[in-house]
Design a protein around this ligand. Structure first.
Ligand code: SF4
Length: 324
């Protein structure tokens, strides 16, 4: 096989973010402290490999707290939950461990604060996404969901001078700002959140994929289809100039025909993807002649989050809501 000129541009940062590391560590620490089974409401993070690995260790994933036996331990995923979920858990006498990413909690707090101040809140996000359901649940009487620019026309508010926007943490930065501009055309006094809702990890991964895409004939994004931030990386790669961009869960899904006439392949991964899956993709690409790897670094990441309080102070037994 002729490998002349074939290369891989490997995006950095990629893969696990601080919120995902914390959520996975929380499940493992709970298993260590309390033993199996530990019930986890919803996929702890949107990655099939991570979920299956934790299942083998004794985690049991459920979609609703009603599926958790009374008196058991239940862990809430990184995406966050509505207050009603905490109430249901308390009613069933479950010990709740809240692994909501602190950056999602920040958005919940913003929703609570601006609802208290009686703002109409326009939440930009994907209908049905677990994180959006949780944030919406903080102030359902004050929040309207905006799922893309097509929704803007139908939005009506009580007082155009008291309206603000929030967003899901894992959206495309560029697409979100386009929606904000459309909202601002309609509501010129639209207030922005005090700080970015789209999290640092999502922004950094999008920045890095933009840098590899202009030169890449193909960009491979490793991530599960349920992962919003991974799907946004595919969109961002195409908008940034990649001739083709594909989402794969694992290396086995890569089709060698995608690389016909391609000399540069870009590789990145969503925030819920472990490095082992990236290594397998790089090994598969090497089999196809793409052995030269160049790392393209867009940002340094040093963010870390401590474990949920109950796992730091395991002697507490009452059900509690960690935040907000
Ligand atoms: Fe937190 Fe961002 Fe990671 Fe989501 S993608 S878990 S908001 S750091």
């Amino acid at each position: 096989m002729n490998t002349t000129g074939k290369r891989v541009l490997l995006a950095s940062p990629r893969g696990f973010c601080a919120g995902v590391v914390r959520a996975i560590d929380a499940v493992e620490k709970a298993l260590e402290l309390y033993g199996a089974p530990i019930y986890v409401r919803h996929e702890i993070v949107h990655n099939t490999h991570v979920v299956q690995t934790l299942e083998r260790k004794g985690a049991v994933f459920v979609e609703d707290t009603s599926q958790v036996p009374e008196g058991s331990i239940v862990l809430f995923s990184a995406h966050g939950v509505a207050p009603t979920v905490h109430e249901q858990a308390a009613k069933r006498k479950l010990t709740a461990i809240d692994a909501t990413c602190p950056l999602v909690t920040k958005v919940h707090k913003e929703a609570i604060r601006y609802a208290r101040e009686d703002y109409d809140i326009l939440l930009i996000g994907h209908k049905g996404h677990e994180e959006v359901i949780g944030t919406f649940g903080e102030a359902p009487d004050h929040i309207q969901l905006v799922d893309g620019p097509d929704d803007v026309g139908d939005i009506a508010v009580r007082d155009p001078s008291k309206v603000m926007w929030l967003s899901q943490t894992t959206l495309s930065v560029d697409e979100t700002m386009a929606v904000v501009e459309a909202l601002r055309d309609k509501f010129p006094q639209l207030l922005s959140p005090p700080s970015d809702d789209i999290c640092y990890a999502t922004q950094n991964r999008q920045l890095a994929v933009k840098q590899i895409s202009a030169e890449a004939g193909l960009v491979i994004v490793i991530g599960s289809r349920s992962s919003s931030n991974s799907r946004r990386l595919v969109d961002t790669a195409k908008l940034a100039g990649a001739r083709d961009a594909r989402l794969v869960d694992t290396a086995e899904e890569i089709d060698e025909r995608w690389m016909d006439d391609v000399t540069t392949v870009g590789v990145t991964s969503g925030a819920s993807v472990p490095e082992v899956l990236i290594e397998q993709v790089l090994a598969r690409l090497a089999q196809c002649g793409f052995e030269n790897i160049e790392i393209i670094k867009a940002a340094d990441e040093t963010q870390r989050f401590s474990l949920p309080r109950r796992l730091r102070l395991p002697c507490q037994h009452n059900s509690e809501r960690e935040a907000p």
